[in-house]
Every structure is written in C-alpha cells, then in structure tokens.
Design a protein around this ligand. Structure first.
Ligand code: SF4
Length: 218
C-alpha cells in the first residue's frame, strides 16, 4: 500500500481553520436531555449509528428514567429494549453494571473525569471522551470510524489504531479539539463518506491526500 503523504504544518492550520468555520458550533446528533441519557446514548452508539440509537432510546429512557431504575433492571427486559442495536447482549449487561457502579462507587453521580468514567463498565476512552466533549466542551479528541477515515484522507494521521490517531490529532490541532471532533464526525458522515465521498462538495479537497480527492481535483 503506498504511503499517504502527510499534511504540512501550514496545511494542518488551514484544515483546522476550515473545519472550525464550516462547523462553528456542531454538536452530537444523539438525542438526550441530561448526562445520564447522554452516557447511555454514547455507550449504545459504539458500532451502531446515531440514527438507530435515537430510535431505541425514548422507550428505554421511559422505562428506566434514572440510574436507580437501570441498576435494578431485569437484564432480559433491557436486552429487549435495545435488541436492534449491535452487540445488544453485552451493551445491556454493561448498562446495568454502569448504573450499579455509579451508585456504588460514585455516590450516584456520573463522574466527569476521563479516568473515572473509564472505570465504568462498557466505557472505554472513546466513550469517555465523547461524553466529556459533548457535556463539558473538554479539549479532547475522540476517534470514531469517521474521524479516523477523514484524518487519513487529509494526511493528518497514518496511525493504525484509533488511540494512536487520537494522540496524533490532539498533538497537531492542540486547541478546539471538541469542536474539531464534532466537525470531523459530521464531515465524514455526510461529505467524506466511506463509499462515494462527495468530493465535488468538499471544502478541504485542495488538502486531500487520498485517491478520491485526487480524482476530484482532476
Ligand atoms: Fe474526502 Fe473527497 Fe474531500 Fe478528500 S476530497 S477529504 S476524499 S470528500
């Protein structure tokens, strides 16, 4: 596989400026009303679309409106609520364990520190970061499939793993990481799509290092 050209320092700054001006205040497309609902939605969204999660959650939140209700839930009933979500068996177990752990270890308050969030069942670094980005505007990057693809196509990262890619993007962008995360998610979801990216509508095409972008530039 040919090595992808890396973006220069100047290009990184330009890409950053373009993303921030194109998506000045983007937020998640997950629908939630409080931190409890956000955390559950983000946990469910791993390997699943936000659209699907938004279909599932209203009934789930009605049945389990708070941590206490969820901590005491019957596993099979929770599974049934989320059965159209990928990995629903594990996710159902983790949701209940997460609620039990917040009650048992954090006095019933969902922690807003990355390392504490990651102590909860089913919460890895990406989930923790997305929750903090969305809820507190923390200067953190989180790399999902969209961010990973966009970062590679723009020559911002050649990392093999999401964790390494997150590290590289954080170092290169330094500030406004929460906004850049949301911007790259939306850009990857609707413009720089995995299949048939909309290169003709792309505002960063002149910085693109991928073969799709080169085709668009002619
Ligand atoms: Fe993505 Fe196409 Fe833009 Fe390149 S030119 S970043 S492949 S949408």
């Amino acid at each position: 596989m040919p090595k992808v050209k890396k973006a220069t320092r100047k290009e990184i700054e330009e890409i950053k400026t373009l993303f921030l001006s194109e998506y000045p205040d983007s937020v998640t497309e997950l629908q939630y009303r409080n931190l409890y609902e956000l955390l559950i939605s983000v946990m469910l969204s791993a390997q699943c679309t936000d659209k699907r999660v938004n279909i599932i959650t209203p009934a789930l939140f009605e049945a389990y409106p708070d941590l206490v209700a969820l901590a005491n839930a019957d596993l099979d009933i929770v599974k049934n609520y989320i059965k159209t979500c990928s990995f629903f068996n594990n996710k159902a177990k983790n949701l209940i364990k997460m609620a039990q752990s917040v009650i048992g270890n954090f006095d019933g308050k969902i922690p807003l520190e990355q390392k504490d969030l990651m102590k909860l069942a089913g919460v890895g670094q990406k989930t923790a970061n997305v929750v903090m980005i969305e809820y507190t505007g923390a200067n953190l990057m989180a790399v999902d499939t969209h961010v990973f693809r966009v970062a590679h196509r723009l020559g911002l990262s050649d990392a093999k793993t999401a964790t390494k890619c997150e590290e590289e993007l954080s170092k290169k962008f330094k500030t406004d990481l929460h906004l850049l995360h949301q911007a790259m998610v939306l850009f990857g979801r609707y413009i720089c799509k995995a299949l048939k990216p909309r290169c003709d509508d792309c505002f960063v095409a002149h910085h693109c290092k991928s073969k799709e972008g080169f085709k668009a530039k002619g």
